[in-house]
Design a protein around this ligand. Structure first.
Ligand SMILES: [Zn+2]
Length: 699
C-alpha cells in the first residue's frame, strides 16, 4: 500500500455518512449495500492503475494490427486471474489500412510536407515504436491535385459563407481545421461541395500554443502533432449495415458503403502553415482567423497541393477485431445484465484515449471480483467489456450489439461507458435522465483526488451554480462512443463519466504513458476515481431490489424538450400543435411520481424475489417503449426517439430527433405525424410504469 492509497482510505472514512435510504433498496438491503460500496471503493489502487496503463500504452495499438492481440490477451488474462468467466468475440470487418500517405505543395516552391510526428527524447514510446501512419480512417485512396481553399471548420454554414463570397471548392483541395463537429461531417461536406481532396489540420488556436505550452514542455499540441481519426459517419462495419459481421454475413460493395469517396488526410499546423500562408483571395470573416501568425485567406490558390493515398482496400480490406468480456454471474437475478465497457483500440499508444477507460473497467472488475472471492456476489450479472475498433466508427461495440440484440433487449438493465476518463481534474457525467440521480449519488460516495471532499462536492463547486438547490449539468447521450449501440439502437439506459483536462495530444503519437504521467493524471488517482465510480454504479444497479431508475427526473427533463418544440412550432407560425406531446409527458410524470411512492412504500415491507422480478421486467419496458423498430426517417439504425447524435454535427445531441429533424427540414406535415407518434410512445412508457405500480401495490 503506498502513501497515496493510505490518504485516500482516510478520506473515505472522513466523508460524511449520508442518509441511509437508497432508491430501489429496502432498509436492510440499503445497509448491506452501503458497507459493500465502502468496501469496493477501498480496492482500486493507483499502483495497479498505473501498471495496467503502462502495459496497455506500451506501443501504438490500432485496430486490425498484431498490437491489438496483445491488449486483448492482457485484458483477458487479468480478468481470468481474478476469477471472471471470460469470452472473446471476433468479427471480420471492412477496414482498409493505409499503405502510404503523402502531401506536397506543388506551387509555389514545390516541397513535400513531412507527416512525421517524430521522436521526443523523454517520451520513450515515441522513440521505440514507429507512429501509426497519419491518415483518416475510411478516407478514399487516390492521387489528386488542386488549388487550396481554406474552409474554416468545414461545417455546413462555412460552405454557405463561402458561397456568399463567391468561392467554391469544386475541383480544389479543401483545408479545414479540426473542431466544432465530428470530422466525418467535414469529409461529407467537402465531398458534397465538389472538393477533390480534404486536408484537416489542428489549429494552434484550438489545441496548440494559443491554449498552453506545447508538448513536451506542456500538454498542448506541438507544431508537428497530428490528429488522426475516422471520417465515416454511420456506426459499425460499413460492409454490414444494421447486421453483425459474423462469418458468412453478406457484404455490400464499396460503392454502396456510406464512406467518403475522396482522399482525406490529417496534417499538423506546421504543415498547414506551408499551405495557408501564401493563400490569396478574399479577406476572411474575422471568426475564421486561427492562431497562426499571418492573416488567413480563403484562396482558391495560388498555392496548389497534391495528396496521394494508397490503401489495402483492393488487396485485403477485411481485418479481424476482438471484443472481450469478463462476467460475474448474479446470485439472485443471473439473467439480468449490467454492463460496463470501454474501447481498447487507439491511434497511438492511447494512454488517455482509451487506455484510461480500459483501466477504469479493469479496476472496477478487480474490485468486484475480490469481493466475490470473499463471498459477496452481486445479485445481478455484471459484464466487463472492452471493445475493438471504436476509433474507426464504433465497430466492435456496434457489431456486438447487432449480434446479441435479442438477449440485450430482453435482459440488459444498463450500459456504462468509459472513454477518455482520466486526463485532468474536471469531472463530468451524463447519460439517460433515468440514471442521473444515481450517478450523482455515487459521486457523493467517492472521494475526489483533490482531497477537497467527494467527487460530487468538487464537481458542484466548479459548476458555480446560481443556487445551492441546483444540480451540476449532465450531458445528453450524443454520438461518438460505444454507448450508441446500446442507447440509440436498443433503448438501453446508459451512463458515462470521466475527468477531463487538456486535449493537446488527442489521437496523436504523443498520447503516451509519458504524457499521462507528466500532465494528464500524474498519480493515476483520477483513473482510480473513475474505476471506483464504475464499481459503485455497477453494484448499485446490480444489487437493487427494484431497479433504481428515476422516471420523475426523466419525465421532467422531457418536459423541457417539449416546451422547446412548442416554441419552434410557434416561431414558424405552424398549425400543428405540440400540446398532445406535452400532455403525454405530463401523464408520464404523474405515473412516475405515483410509481416512486408505491415503490418506496413496498420496499419497507418484505418484497418476494418473484414479485420483484416481475416489476423489474416491467420497468425495462419503459425506455424500450421510447424506441421504434423503423428508426428515424434519416437513419433507420437510430431507433431511440429521445436522443440522437445530430446528423449535421456528429458529436452534439439532437433531442426528440424524430420531431426536431422534421422541424429543421421545415416539413410541417411530418412534424404533426411525428408529434402524434411520439406522444403514443410516451403513453406506452407510461403504461409500463402504471403496470409496475400495480404490481407494487398488490405485493
Ligand atoms: Zn475514445
Amino acid at each position: 500500500m503506498n502513501k497515496q492509497l493510505v490518504l485516500s482510505v482516510t478520506l473515505i472514512l472522513a466523508l460524511p455518512v449520508r442518509a441511509q435510504t437508497i432508491p430501489g433498496y429496502s432498509p436492510q438491503s440499503a445497509a448491506t449495500e452501503r458497507s459493500t460500496e465502502a468496501d469496493v471503493i477501498s480496492r482500486p489502487s493507483p499502483a495497479s492503475a498505473s501498471a495496467h496503463s503502462r502495459f496497455l500504452s506500451f506501443q501504438p495499438h490500432m485496430a486490425g494490427t498484431p498490437a491489438q492481440m496483445r491488449t486483448r490477451d492482457y485484458v483477458v488474462s487479468q480478468m481470468k486471474s481474478w476469477g471472471l468467466e471470460t469470452e472473446v468475440r471476433s468479427y471480420s470487418v471492412w477496414m482498409p489500412h493505409p499503405l502510404s500517405t503523402r502531401v506536397w505543395r506543388i506551387a509555389p516552391n514545390p516541397v513535400e510536407l513531412s507527416l512525421e510526428e517524430g521522436p521526443i527524447p523523454e517520451d520513450t514510446t515515441s522513440i521505440a515504436f514507429p507512429q501509426v501512419m497519419p491518415f483518416n480512417g475510411y478516407g478514399a485512396a487516390g492521387d489528386v491535385r488542386g488549388e487550396i481553399v481554406y474552409v474554416n471548420y468545414g461545417l455546413i454554414e462555412d460552405y454557405a459563407q463561402l458561397d456568399s463570397m463567391g468561392v467554391s471548392v469544386k475541383g480544389n483541395i479543401a483545408v479545414a481545421r479540426y473542431g466544432r463537429s465530428y470530422r466525418g461531417i467535414k469529409a461529407r461536406e467537402a465531398e458534397k461541395h465538389g472538393a477533390v481532396g480534404l486536408l484537416i489540420y489542428s489549429d494552434p488556436a484550438d489545441d496548440g500554443y494559443v491554449r498552453g505550452d506545447v508538448y513536451p514542455g506542456g500538454p498542448m499540441r506541438p507544431s508537428h502533432g497530428i490528429q488522426r481519426g475516422s471520417v465515416m459517419n454511420p456506426n459499425g462495419d460499413p460492409s454490414t449495415p444494421g447486421y453483425p459481421s459474423t462469418a458468412g454475413a453478406k457484404r455490400v460493395p464499396l460503392s454502396a458503403m456510406e464512406v467518403p469517396h475522396i482522399p482525406v488526410l490529417p496534417i499538423s499546423y506546421g504543415n498547414a502553415a506551408e499551405l495557408l500562408r501564401g493563400l490569396a483571395g478574399k479577406s476572411i470573416p474575422q471568426l475564421w482567423q486561427g492562431g497562426m501568425a499571418f492573416r488567413y485567406h480563403v484562396g482558391p490558390g495560388p498555392v496548389q497541393a497534391r495528396m496521394a493515398v494508397t490503401t489495402d482496400a483492393t488487396t485485403h480490406p477485411y481485418k479481424e477485431i476482438w471484443d472481450t468480456f469478463g462476467t460475474i454471474r448474479g446470485s439472485v437475478y443471473p439473467d439480468e445484465i449490467v454492463m460496463i465497457g470501454g474501447h481498447r483500440d487507439a491511434w497511438g499508444p492511447g494512454a488517455a484515449d482509451n487506455v484510461s477507460g480500459t483501466v477504469s473497467v479493469l479496476e472496477a472488475a478487480r474490485a468486484i471480483a475480490e469481493q466475490v472471492k470473499v463471498g459477496k456476489r452481486p445479485k445481478r450479472t455484471i459484464v466487463f467489456a472492452t471493445w475493438d475498433a471504436e476509433e474507426w466508427g464504433l465497430l466492435g461495440s456496434t457489431e456486438y450489439v447487432e449480434d446479441d440484440s435479442l438477449r440485450l433487449r430482453r435482459s440488459a438493465v444498463a450500459y456504462l461507458n468509459q472513454d477518455d476518463v482520466a486526463q485532468g481534474p474536471n469531472f463530468s457525467g451524463g447519460g439517460s435522465p433515468s440514471l442521473r440521480a444515481l450517478l450523482r449519488d455515487v459521486a457523493k460516495q467517492v472521494p475526489d483526488p483533490s482531497r477537497e471532499g467527494s467527487v460530487y462536492d468538487v464537481w458542484k463547486k466548479r459548476a458555480n451554480l446560481a443556487a445551492d438547490s441546483l444540480e451540476p449539468q449532465m450531458g445528453d447521450p450524443g454520438g461518438g462512443s460505444d454507448f450508441a449501440g446500446f442507447y440509440n439502437h436498443l433503448g438501453i439506459p446508459i451512463a458515462d463519466w470521466g475527468f477531463g483536462g487538456p486535449q493537446g495530444v488527442y489521437h496523436s503519437a504523443y498520447d503516451s504513458y509519458h504524457w499521462m504521467s507528466k500532465f494528464g493524471d500524474p498519480n493515476f488517482e483520477y483513473h482510480v476515481a473513475a474505476g471506483r465510480i464504475g464499481a459503485v454504479t455497477l453494484l448499485r444497479i446490480a444489487n437493487a431490489d427494484i431497479l433504481p431508475y428515476d422516471y420523475v427526473e426523466y419525465a421532467r427533463t422531457m418536459r423541457r424538450f417539449a416546451s422547446q418544440i412548442d416554441r419552434s412550432v410557434a416561431d414558424k407560425k405552424w398549425r400543428v400543435s405540440s400540446a398532445g406531446l406535452t400532455d403525454a409527458i405530463g401523464r408520464m410524470e404523474d405515473a412516475a411520481v405515483a410509481y416512486a411512492t408505491a415503490r418506496d412504500r413496498a420496499l419497507t415491507a418484505q418484497l418476494q424475489p418473484a414479485t420483484a422480478k416481475q416489476i423489474n421486467t416491467t420497468l425495462l419496458e419503459v425506455e424500450r417503449q421510447l424506441t421504434r423498430p423503423q428508426g428515424l426517417v434519416t437513419r433507420p439504425w437510430f431507433r431511440n426517439l429521445i436522443y440522437a447524435a445530430d446528423e449535421n454535427n456528429g458529436y452534439s445531441t439532437m433531442v426528440l430527433p424524430s420531431v426536431n429533424e422534421a422541424i429543421r427540414l421545415g416539413d410541417e406535415a411530418t412534424v404533426g405525424k411525428e408529434l402524434t407518434q411520439l406522444a403514443q410512445r410516451f403513453d406506452a412508457a407510461t403504461r409500463a410504469l402504471q403496470m409496475a405500480t400495480e404490481l407494487l401495490r398488490r405485493s
